[in-house]
Design a protein around this ligand. Structure first.
Ligand code: DIG
Ligand code: MN
Ligand code: MN
Length: 406
């Protein structure tokens, strides 16, 4: 049995780490190979994640049991799940709905050209919202994995966006009408499984939200791999989401550039980008769940799955510690202070327009040759960051004790 060290990076419930049932429950199927792992029951997932220090689990409506389960079967499975949550002190901060797995959604759910399928998709989501309320979720994620096309000839993009808006408006009206304590987090992805997915990035979602009837209860659920698939800087996507007051949830994982959606263990590929992400989340005071929408390599057995889960959480905590040591580094602080001072003061009051100010600005004579000459010290600053991340500038706490995995 692998031994897990207990040290300052060991996850604790107050870290707010969560996993979808479908993440650690991923059985390793891929487009070119069958499952490699046995199914892990929801109650076992709750138990093992709790023992590793996780705060909660998330689920799609169909994760607890088959889509054609009878009401009696569904109630039995739900009862066992709720008992496990209670026994192991685990929460369900987020619920979502599968509008992508069943063949009925082969050409979209909210954006299907068939009005009956659009209606079924909304009905399925209403029931999933009710399930989430029953489990105590306050966040409902909508990922439109099938809302897209392979060929544009078959669907008017303007019409598709109208249908998308109709569906989200219907759902927010339901929550408002029934006075449910639930807000929505829209998750973007550029492609896969569709050739092109509508609203492909978090930026598109932020713009879309402003066109809705109840934008105040709609935010975003950005995922690392999905923005990286578009070659975007995830830290910047999160900064814009926080700036807009719309970071309602987040899907943490990792991704090699230019690949399909790999949903890799958090921190396993892009240490520096994930450093800035964690630094922002912690320094901004983000208080939502830290959800890992990722899964173990197909090479792993069940023990490897739990190594994966612990690795996600430990990596976040290690980067959190690195962010603190970097921010407290005297030389880093000195370089940043010089940068701030060299930037001069805002003598033109650029943060508040005035007619007098505009005249003063227009008449000012800037010495741009002089301004063009200054250097910025980024090389030294980035080298210091590298040395923090590599560990030569501050070692990790030595593992205090080794204990057998429970
Ligand atoms: C894929 O990134 C999607 C689905 O796993 C789920 O609907 C959503 C919730 O995190 N992410
Ligand atoms: Mn993904
Ligand atoms: Mn996701």
């Amino acid at each position: 049995m692998p031994k897990y060290s207990i040290d300052e990076f060991t996850p604790k419930k107050e870290d707010r780490f969560t996993f979808g049932l479908w993440t650690v429950g991923n059985r390793g199927r891929d487009p070119f190979g069958d499952v490699v792992r046995d199914a892990i029951s929801p109650t076992t997932i709750v138990k093992r994640l709790s023992e590793l220090g996780a705060y909660g689990v998330n689920l799609h409506d169909n994760d607890l049991g088959p889509i054609d389960a009878t009401q009696a079967e569904h109630n039995k499975i739900l009862g066992e799940f709720k008992k496990a949550l209670n026994d192991y002190g685990m929460k369900v901060p987020m619920t979502t709905v599968s509008l992508f797995y069943h063949p009925v959604f082969r050409d979209g759910a909210f954006t299907s050209s068939d009005a009956r399928i659009r209606a079924y998709a909304i009905q399925k989501t209403l029931h999933a919202i009710d399930l989430g309320v029953e489990l105590g979720s306050e966040i409902f994620v909508l990922w439109g994995g099938r809302e897209g096309i392979e060929v544009d000839a078959g669907k008017d993009a303007m019409e598709a966006l109208k249908w998308y808006r109709e569906a989200v408006n219907y759902l927010t009206s339901y929550v408002t009408d029934r006075k449910l304590n639930m807000k929505f987090a829209l998750e973007a992805k550029p492609n896969e499984p569709r050739g092109d997915i509508y609203l492909p990035t978090t930026g598109h979602m932020l713009a879309f939200i402003e066109t809705l009837d109840h934008p105040e209860i709609v935010g975003v659920n950005p995922e690392v791999a999905h923005e990286h698939m578009s070659g975007l800087n995830f830290y910047h996507s999160i900064a814009q989401s926080i700036d807009a007051g719309k970071l309602f949830h987040i899907d943490l994982n990792d991704q090699k550039p230019g690949r399909y959606d790999q949903d890799l263990r958090f921190g396993s590929e892009n240490i520096k980008p994930m450093f800035f992400l964690v630094k922002l989340l912690e320094e901004s005071g983000y208080s939502g769940p830290l959800h890992f929408d990722a899964h173990a390599y197909r090479s792993e057995d069940e023990e490897g799955v739990w190594d994966f889960a612990l690795g996600c959480m430990r990596s976040y905590n290690i980067l959190k510690s690195k962010a603190k040591s970097f921010a407290n580094d005297a030389e880093v602080k000195e370089i940043l202070a010089v940068l701030a001072k060299a930037g001069g003061n805002d003598e033109f009051s650029l943060d508040r327009y005035s007619s007098v100010g505009a005249t003063k600005l227009k008449d000012h004579n800037f010495d741009i040759e002089h301004l063009a000459k200054r250097g910025y010290g980024y090389e030294r600053l980035d080298q210091l960051l590298f040395e923090h991340l590599i560990g030569v500038r501050s070692g990790f706490a030595v593992a205090k004790q080794m204990v057998a995995a429970k």
